[in-house]
Design a protein around this ligand. Structure first.
Ligand code: BG6
Length: 491
C-alpha cells in the first residue's frame, strides 16, 4: 500500500513535537507502509535535504530510547520531502497537485496542522486544486472553532468539498493506550457491565491534571482557556468512553452514534447550576518541581489583565436510564500539584455493614491514563494484624477491614514500547479507520454543551486564583463536598 502524507504546518510546533516522532516510531516498529512519502509543507524556502536536516536537528530533543540512530534516520529521511506553499495562493496548491500526481498513491492524507483560522481556506483550496477525490483523507487538529457557530462554519465548509468519511477530526486522547483499554475493559469483558450503572456507581471523577504551565503557547492559550483546550474535547470524549452504551459492532459509526447519545444526554445548564457546578481558576506564582514559578499573568504572550481560566472543575449528570442522578465530576488544569490523568469510578458502599470498615471507604476502579497506564481495583480486605484490633476491644467476627488494591500496570505487562497516541491515530488515518476520530455532530453537541459556560463566564467576576503546585481553587473541593464526596487524592 502506498500513501502520500502532506503535513500543512510542516515546520510548525506540532509537526516536530508530536507528528514526526510518531511517524518515526511507526517506521521503527515496521508498521508504516514502506511505500510512503511524507511531504512537509510550509512557507519557508527549503529544499528536501534542508527539511530533512531540520527534522533531524529536532529529533535531538527526543528522549533517549525514542531518538533515531544516524542509520535509522537516514532510512526514515528518504520518505521526507518538502514543498514551499503559501496557504493563500491557489497556484501553490497547483504545485502540490503536480507533486502528488507524479505517482498514483493509494491514499492521500492532508494533515492540517496550521492555525485554526486557516482550516477553511486550506480545505477549500485543496478542493479547487482538484485534490479532494475519493482517495483523499483530511485530518483536522483541534481546536476546531472557538464556539458552536465557528465550529459549524468549519464543518459546513469542509462538508461542501469532502464526504464525512474523508474527514478525520483528531482528539489524541482517543488514541491513548489507556483509553483503548477502557473500551477493551468495558466491551471485551463481561465482568463490569452488570454493575456499570446507577444502582452500583456512586459517582465518577475525571481528572486531567498537568504540572506544566502554558510554556511557549501563552498567546494561543490566552485566547483559548482550559474549557476549550481540554474539556470540550478530551474530557468529554472520556465521558463518552465511560458512559456510552455498548455499540452494536466496532465500526466507526456504531461507536460514534453511541458517543453522540451521551453528549446529547448531558444535563443542560441552568442559571443555578452554572453557579454551583462550575469552578474556574487561574494560577498565580507558586512551585513546580520544587522550584519557584511565575503566575499565569506573567507568562510570555499572556495579557497581564487576563481573565482566561487555566483550571476548570465541573459537575454534571447524564440524563438517561443507566446514569440518572450519578454525579460526574470533571477537573483539569495547568500548573497543578502533579501530572496525573485518571478516571475514578466510585462504587456504592456495601448495603449492610457486618464489618467495621474505615468510614467512607468503598470499592473503586481507577483507570490511570498517565503518567501510569493501568487499572487499579480498590477493595476491602481483612486487616493483617488482628491483634491490633483485638486490643482495641473488637469482638470476634467484627474485625475491621483495610483497603487493598489489585494493580494492573499495562506498561509492565505489555512493555513501555507501546504504540503512542499519535502513532496509533496516524496509522489509522493511513489505513482509513475512522473509529477513533470525532464526527461533526459529536463535536457540535460538545460545543453546544460548553457554550452556556463560556457565555456565563463572560459576565462573572473572573477566575479564582490558585497557587501553582496546588490542586486548584478550594471552591473545586467545596463543589464536590456539597454532594458528600471528595476528589480522589483528598480522601
Ligand atoms: C492538548 C492541549 O490538546 O493536550 C494542551 O492543547 C495539553 O494544552 C495537551 O497540554 C495534553 O496532552 P497530554 O497527552 O500531554 O495529556
Amino acid at each position: 500500500m502506498s500513501f502520500d502524507l502532506v503535513l500543512f504546518g510542516g515546520t510548525g510546533d506540532l509537526a516536530w513535537r508530536k507528528l514526526m516522532p510518531a511517524l518515526f516510531q511507526a517506521f521503527r516498529h515496521g508498521s508504516l507502509p514502506a511505500n510512503g512519502r511524507i511531504i512537509g509543507v510550509a512557507r519557508d524556502d527549503l529544499s528536501d535535504d534542508q527539511y530533512r536536516e531540520l527534522i533531524q536537528s529536532r529529533f535531538k530533543a527526543v528522549e533517549g530510547a525514542k531518538r533515531p540512530t544516524e542509520e535509522e534516520f537516514k532510512a526514515f529521511a528518504s520518505m521526507l520531502h518538502y514543498l514551499r506553499l503559501d496557504l493563500s495562493k491557489p497556484a501553490d496548491y497547483k504545485r502540490l497537485a503536480d507533486l502528488l500526481n507524479t505517482r498514483n498513491a493509494d491514499s492521500i492524507i492532508m494533515y492540517v496542522a496550521t492555525a485554526p483560522a486557516l482550516f477553511t481556506q486550506t480545505v477549500e483550496q485543496i478542493a479547487v486544486a482538484g485534490l479532494n477525490g475519493p482517495k483523499t483523507r483530511v485530518v483536522l487538529e483541534k481546536p476546531l472553532g472557538h464556539d458552536l457557530a465557528s465550529n459549524r462554519a468549519i464543518n459546513e465548509a469542509v462538508g461542501k468539498v469532502l464526504k464525512e468519511n474523508q474527514v478525520f477530526r483528531i482528539d489524541h486522547y482517543l488514541g491513548k493506550p489507556s483509553v483503548q483499554n477502557l473500551f477493551a475493559m468495558r466491551f471485551g469483558n463481561a465482568l463490569f457491565e452488570p454493575i456499570w450503572r446507577r444502582e452500583h456507581i456512586a459517582n465518577i471523577q475525571i481528572t486531567i491534571a498537568e504540572d506544566l504551565g502554558v510554556e511557549k503557547r501563552g498567546a494561543f492559550y490566552d485566547q483559548t482557556g482550559a474549557l476549550r483546550d481540554m474539556v470540550q474535547n478530551h474530557a468529554l470524549q472520556l465521558v463518552c468512553a465511560i458512559a456510552m452504551e455498548p455499540p452494536i459492532n466496532a465500526h466507526a459509526d456504531a461507536i460514534r452514534d453511541e458517543k453522540l447519545k451521551v453528549l446529547r444526554s448531558l444535563k443542560r445548564w441552568t442559571p443555578d447550576s452554572l453557579g454551583l457546578h462550575s469552578v474556574r481558576g487561574q494560577y498565580t506564582a507558586g512551585t513546580a518541581y520544587g522550584e519557584r514559578v511565575q503566575g499565569y499573568k506573567e507568562e510570555p504572550g499572556v495579557d497581564p489583565e487576563s481573565r482566561t481560566e487555566t483550571f476548570v472543575a465541573l459537575r454534571t449528570e447524564i440524563e438517561n436510564w443507566r446514569w440518572a442522578g450519578v454525579p460526574i465530576y470533571i477537573r483539569t488544569g495547568k500548573r497543578l500539584a502533579s501530572r496525573d490523568a485518571r478516571i475514578e469510578i466510585n462504587f456504592r458502599p456495601a448495603p449492610h455493614a457486618i464489618f467495621r470498615s474505615p468510614a467512607g471507604v468503598a470499592n473503586k476502579l481507577v483507570i490511570n491514563l498517565q503518567p501510569k497506564d493501568g487499572l487499579e481495583l480498590h477493595l476491602l480486605a481483612q486487616a493483617q494484624d488482628q491483634r491490633v484490633s483485638t486490643k482495641a476491644g473488637v469482638r470476634a467476627g467484627m474485625l475491621p477491614l483495610a483497603p487493598v488494591q489489585l494493580d494492573l500496570d499495562f506498561d509492565k505487562r505489555f512493555g513501555t514500547e507501546r504504540v503512542g497516541a499519535y502513532e496509533r491515530l496516524l496509522l489509522d488515518v493511513i489505513e482509513g479507520r475512522l473509529n477513533l476520530f470525532v464526527r461533526s455532530d459529536e463535536q457540535e453537541a460538545a460545543w453546544h454543551w460548553v457554550e452556556p459556560l463560556i457565555d456565563s463566564w463572560g459576565m462573572d467576576g473572573g477566575p479564582r486564583p490558585y497557587a501553582a503546585g496546588t490542586w486548584g481553587p478550594s471552591a473545586s473541593s467545596a463543589m464536590i463536598a456539597r454532594d458528600g464526596f471528595a476528589w480522589g487524592e483528598e480522601q
